[in-house]
Design a protein around this ligand. Structure first.
Ligand code: FES
Length: 580
């Protein structure tokens, strides 16, 4: 930690718009005053943007306008001027073809809005899966003082006496229906019980994971990740965040000061400890790219290997985010990492101090939720990064969500050309498949789907489910919902649509998975593989126009975060030329 606050008072960036008596300054102030703002609010105090992903079409973020008001209280109290603005809001649950295709669009919107507007710092209001990484990516590329406040998770779901987790129970109930253990009417009845309050998914899915990543990176106030959306303390967190950003602007405490390599290593280890989503791999790689940190898949494997999963939350465990909050939340986990020598204690946070100082006094109030190491869900909770002739650039698997007996497996490939092919054939009783097979799904990567859909945890065939089997080895170039589980190899790279080896697997080939050896192998000769690759022709056509064509052309592989190649790096916050 080596941060020296900037001298205060000094002239801020916003004064380039609002300072003085020039025609331009009067133009800028006059139009802002049509909102009823007194003249002294333009006197050189910090102007704070509140970047809001509120949208009624992003239901997980539909309460963020309320939180924005609380942020404003804090900003005014601390002597700043708050100005709320909307950005494109990619919703996991309603956006097609996939929210992931629009993460980069949201990040571009954030970057250009933050840079182009008359602000000195920004509060990032996020919740649903893609909104947190997108806002961090955009803010990192501008590098003005920035702080995250999350929308918080939904309250626990309940259905017929059972605790129901967002997403996790959707997959469970869906498979129960296909196995004939649940009626469709019951499935529909369960629907409302999964989402009974404002907020993001209440499991340790991608939204809760990314809120935790923001906190572990040091980009949110300590304790931010787990407070339920409707808990009054969520409003307090927003209020305090508003106060804090004003001081961050005065100190000139920027994302590049906070998001260092040490911070990313802390986040990777935190992800292992919480049993976080595989999606965090892609998002952290992309965020790191924006601040010029050369984070790699190897860092994920190296940093996560020795970290046990101690947070007993679905999908890996039993509880939900509400219990995690009552147990003490993420600060308890970070403290545990610090005590185990697995934390860069001096890493700087938005508080202006070291992360260790934020957590060293906290207590664990429930050892069934945040487990002692002896009862860890997985000894090695990190994301396993696999390599081999089937994944030369890497693939990932989440050991804590996988079946131990399948972690070393050799099986016959059953190949699905794309998700439509899978849907068309999976329920066919004549499909030549049993539980020893390896299900292979391709053309679902960033370019292939497009957008790298969360379809990697493809459901098992009914005839296997009816035997009581709940897991098989599955391999794809897709992603998996953070709420899902199974022995699922994801992000296989290069993806099939770019001509990666996944494109030339044939049904009947033998595939070997060895998680301990980090190996994913297609059991054919090098000559045979080379001949098949030489004969391969692209199956996925580039879209002719629009955002989809830009995405197809410029998106990079998941091994570097699936960002656009032209968005990597920090472009700073220099103000453009005056237009009047
Ligand atoms: Fe939005 Fe899960 S769908 S957080």
């Amino acid at each position: 930690m080596s941060f020296t606050p900037a001298p205060w008072p000094r002239k801020l960036r916003s004064q380039e718009w609002f300072g003085g008596t020039s025609k331009d300054a009067i133009y800028h102030r006059s139009w802002m005053k049509n909102q009823g703002l007194p003249a002294d609010l333009f006197d050189g105090r910090p102007v704070i943007g509140i970047c809001n992903t509120w949208s009624e079409l992003t239901p997980c973020n539909a309460h963020l306008r309320d939180l924005a008001e609380r942020v404003k209280f804090g900003i005014y109290e601390a002597g700043g001027l708050p100005v709320e603005f909307p950005v494109f809001s990619p919703s996991e649950s309603t956006l097609r073809p996939t929210a992931m295709m629009y993460r980069n669009l949201c990040a571009m919107d954030v970057e250009e809005a933050v840079r182009g507007k008359c602000i000195d710092g920004v509060v990032l209001l996020a919740g649903c899966d893609k909104t947190t990484p997108a806002l961090l990516m955009g803010a990192a590329s501008v590098d003005l003082p920035a702080i995250v406040v999350s929308g918080g998770p939904m309250l626990n779901g309940h259905f017929r006496g059972e605790r129901v987790g967002s997403g996790t129970h959707l997959w469970r109930f869906s498979e129960a229906v296909r196995a004939g253990e649940m009626t469709e009417a019951e499935f529909v009845e369960a629907e409302a019980s999964m989402s009974r309050s404002p907020g993001s998914c209440n499991t340790m899915g991608t939204a809760s994971t990314m809120a935790s990543m923001a906190e572990a990176l040091g980009m949110a106030l300590s304790g931010n990740a787990a407070i339920p959306a409707v808990d009054s303390r969520r409003r307090v967190m927003a209020h305090l965040t508003g106060r804090r950003i004003v001081d961050m602007v005065k100190d000139d405490l920027k994302p590049s000061d906070i998001m260092t390599r040490e911070a990313f290593e802390n986040a990777i280890r935190t992800n292992a400890a919480i049993g976080g989503s595989t999606n965090a791999v892609i998002h952290l790689l992309a965020i790191a790219g924006r601040v010029g940190i050369d984070l790699t898949l190897e860092d994920w494997d190296r940093c996560g290997r020795d970290v046990p999963t101690i947070v007993n939350l679905m999908p890996s465990g039993q509880h939900l985010m509400e219990e995690f909050f009552y147990a003490g939340g993420l600060p308890v986990v970070i403290k545990r990492l610090g005590e185990a020598g697995l934390l860069h204690r001096e890493a700087l946070t938005v508080s202006g101090g070291a992360i260790w100082d934020e957590v060293k006094e906290v207590q664990n109030w429930n050892e069934d939720v945040i487990l002692p190491v002896e009862r860890a869900l997985a000894k090695s909770g990190g994301i396993a990064v696999l390599k081999g002739n089937l994944a030369p650039l890497g693939a990932v698997l989440k050991p804590s969500a996988a079946t131990p007996a399948l972690m070393q497996h050799r099986g016959r490939a059953v190949v699905f050309e794309d998700i439509d092919d899978y849907k068309a054939r999976i329920n066919d009783e004549d499909l030549d498949i049993d539980e020893s097979c390896v299900m292979v799904l391709r053309n679902c990567g960033p370019r292939g789907y497009p957008g790298m859909a969360e379809v990697g945890n493809m459901g098992l065939p009914p005839k296997v489910l009816r035997k009581g089997i709940t897991d098989m080895v599955r391999i794809s170039d897709a992603r998996m919902s953070g709420t899902a589980y199974g022995t699922v190899v994801l992000h296989t790279s290069p993806e099939a649509a770019r001509g990666g080896p996944l494109a030339v697997v044939r049904s009947g080939d033998m595939i070997e998975l060895d998680v301990a050896a980090r190996r994913l192998h297609l059991d054919i000769s090098d000559e045979e593989l080379a001949a098949r690759l030489a004969a391969w022709t692209p199956q996925v056509q580039a879209p002719a126009s629009g955002y989809a064509s830009l995405y197809h052309e410029r998106v990079m592989g998941p091994e570097t975060g699936a960002d656009f190649d032209f968005l990597v790096g920090c472009r700073g916050n220099a103000v453009g030329k005056e237009s009047h």
